[in-house]
Ligand binder design. Structure first.
Ligand SMILES: Nc1ncnc2c1ncn2[C@@H]1O[C@H](COP(=O)(O)OP(=O)(O)OP(=O)(O)O)[C@@H](O)[C@H]1O
Ligand SMILES: [Mg+2]
Length: 317
């Protein structure tokens, strides 16, 4: 439904998006996750034919973003960073205007804006001028506009930024609802939890480059590794670590504690306990350390920085 190949954008000499390649399957949610300035918005703007790529290509619903901009725009619902709202306009006028632009049938033109506004709790604010809308209200209105023409693909640039927790939840639920309707959705976010909760696949982007791409599970396996266990002993470690040699990988240790990784806790933990008991060591607690996307994300960035420094020191560079 969305496909890019070596999509690249230069602003003069500055490389903002660097050979980005990904594809999004129909009926799935794709998250572009990255820090400020990573190139998320620039990527979305190219996907919506607002911004011309410097190199590479992108297709949305099969339409080429360079060759078929009009078809692309009619097939996607877009939420951008700058909403371009007209301050003196009333919300209802604004939506009616777009309903005509999107060529909605007369019947839908009168029902759909109201239904969507009510869904997002803005049913009472239809006659309010947009200049009087709060930030979060504007964001919701922009989302209503993006959904107005029932597009098969939605491109949402930070859909929940500026929203209170309840509204953010409502928006996340609406996005999941869109997926249930077999729509394809790409969102950008620097909210790790949001990406983890919402997205089927996640692309980590940094300095314009994709540094990781896959399901959350794949990313955690790659960057966090195997389940991490933490173990406390009543006494000093002494023989503990050597007793575990070849059984599990000890990653960190202190005076009376250690952390190790194991592919199969249910198989390895009992043998770890047996071995330590064999050394005369008593275990106080043994538990799994939870590893969330925050860890994954920091790992991704650190690994990428490591590679960058390796490049820096390469004599051929
Ligand atoms: N029109 C432009 N002219 C020059 N540079 C630009 C332009 N638009 C974006 N950039 C630069 O491209 C880089 C990527 O910007 P972009 O807005 O895509 O980042 P982002 O990932 O959306 O960040 P944020 O999380 O802050 O929204 C930044 O370094 C930015 O300064
Ligand atoms: Mg942005």
């Amino acid at each position: 439904m969305i496909e890019t190949h070596d999509l690249t954008k230069y602003f003069n000499d500055f490389l903002a998006v660097d050979h980005v390649t990904f594809s999004v399957e129909p009926g799935t949610i794709f998250a572009i996750l990255g820090p400020n300035g990573a190139g998320k918005t620039t990527t979305v703007r190219m996907l919506t034919s607002i911004l011309k790529p410097s190199a590479g290509w992108a297709r949305v619903v099969g339409y080429d973003v360079i060759e078929q901009p009009t078809l692309v725009r009619s097939s996607v619902g877009v939420l951008t960073e700058q909403h371009g709202l007209y301050h003196r306009m009333k919300a209802i006028e604004y939506l009616s205007f777009f309903a005509r632009v999107y060529r909605l049938s007369p019947e839908k033109r009168s029902t759909r804006p109201l239904a969507l506004m009510e869904h997002f709790g803005l049913g009472d604010a239809l006659d309010k001028r947009l200049g009087e809308y709060s930030k979060g209200m504007k964001q919701k209105l922009a989302l209503v506009r993006a959904m107005l023409h029932d597009p098969p693909v939605l491109l949402l640039d930070e859909p929940t930024s500026a929203m209170d927790p309840q509204s953010a939840k409502l928006v996340r639920e609406s996005i999941k609802e869109l997926r249930r309707e077999e729509r394809t959705i790409a969102i950008t976010t620097h909210n790790l939890t949001e990406a983890q909760n919402l997205a089927d696949t996640i692309a980590g982007i940094r300095k314009g480059r994709i540094i990781a791409n896959g399901t959350f599970k794949q990313l955690s396996e790659r960057f966090v590794g195997l389940p991490l266990m933490e173990l406390y002993l009543t006494d000093h470690l002494n023989g503990a670590v050597s007793a575990l040699d070849g059984v599990v990988e000890v990653v960190e240790q202190g005076d009376r504690w250690l952390r190790y990784r194991t592919p199969l806790p249910q198989r390895d933990n009992p043998s770890v306990i047996r071995r330590l008991s064999g050394e005369g060591l008593d275990i106080v607690t043994l538990s799994e350390v939870s590893q969330d996307l925050e860890d994954v994300y920091l790992q991704i960035v650190e690994e990428d920085e490591g590679q960058e420094h390796a490049h820096d020191h390469h004599p051929a560079d």
